[in-house]
Write a protein that binds this ligand. Structure first.
Ligand code: KIV
Length: 279
């Protein structure tokens, strides 16, 4: 048993319904994780770990999330499950794995659920995905929705910029959130919207909103872990707070290692196997 971020003692892995019941209560703490060692570090501090398709950009150096495959998500899903025992683990469905039809979405989500044994999947999209979200939810697949700035639609949205600044987009995003909540999503990520819209969406739907650049009015927050520890790129979106700068520390350690190897000061005796004395 251990204390958790909301102060309560927990003994088992959190589920999607556990997250749903947190609507309007202590804010839900979420972060991305892609690997076992990082999942181990985060597990005791968070309520939910997301294997985001952002891993394409953060780990693989892609210029968008569009090239991420289902196999990549499943491999990283396994890694995060191995490194965690308490967090609710959600796997992002990559571009092209669910948009074609609700049957395609079910087939691929079911593969993720049975293979990874995670607690649910995340799908991007609003009104146009509501039928799919209902189809999955009614068939035992917990769905985390994702509305507002949806990175898989970067080509149609014309880039990554905050949405909801005019009435038309604000109304559309609110309608999207309501449709996905009505369809049975257990919570909804709301990304890159104004403070007012983050608050309105949170008040308008009965399930938790998980904000990323959507204000503290949301029921929870999520960020990309590498962003908050300074391990991803030079560009920092406005909504990212840097809690640590690990890149200079890693760079300094590697520079010191390189210097010691070149001067034969590493490995010193302490790091070498000695010759066993015969008795
Ligand atoms: O892919 C991702 O990491 C995400 C979160 C940042 C919400 O979708």
């Amino acid at each position: 048993m251990s204390a958790h971020s909301d102060g309560k003692a927990i003994t088992r892995r959190r589920t999607a319904p556990d997250i749903s019941t947190r609507k309007g209560q202590t804010p839900i703490v979420c972060l991305t994780a892609y690997t076992t060692p990082v999942a181990r570090l985060l597990d005791h501090h968070v309520d939910l770990l997301l294997i985001g398709d952002s891993l394409g950009m953060v780990l693989y150096g892609m210029d968008s999330t569009l090239g991420v495959t289902l196999d990549m998500m499943i491999a990283h899903g396994h890694a995060v499950m191995r490194g965690s025992t308490q967090a609710c683990v959600i796997v992002d469905m990559p571009f092209g794995s669910y948009q074609e039809s609700r049957e395609q979405a079910f087939r691929n989500s079911a593969r993720v659920m049975s293979d990874v044994r995670c607690q649910g999947v995340k799908l991007e999209g609003g009104l146009e995905m509501a039928d799919t979200v209902a189809y999955l939810s009614r068939r035992g697949i917990p769905v985390l929705g994702h509305v507002g700035l949806t990175p898989q639609s970067v080509n149609s949205l014309g880039g990554f910029k905050a949405l909801g600044r005019n009435d038309e987009t604000a109304t559309r995003i609110l309608d999207d959130a309501k449709a996905i909540a009505d369809a049975g999503a257990f919570a909804i990520v709301v990304e890159g919207v104004t403070e007012v819209l983050g608050r309105q969406a949170t008040e308008a739907i009965p399930v938790p909103t998980i904000g990323i650049g959507a204000s503290s009015a949301c029921d929870g927050q999520i960020l990309v872990t590498e962003d908050i520890v300074g391990l991803f790129g030079d560009f920092k979106p406005k909504f990212v707070k840097r809690y640590a700068e690990l890149a200079p520390a890693i760079s300094a350690a590697v520079a010191q290692y390189a210097k010691e190897v070149r001067t034969r000061t590493f490995p010193s005796e302490e790091f070498c196997f000695g010759i066993k004395k015969e008795s």
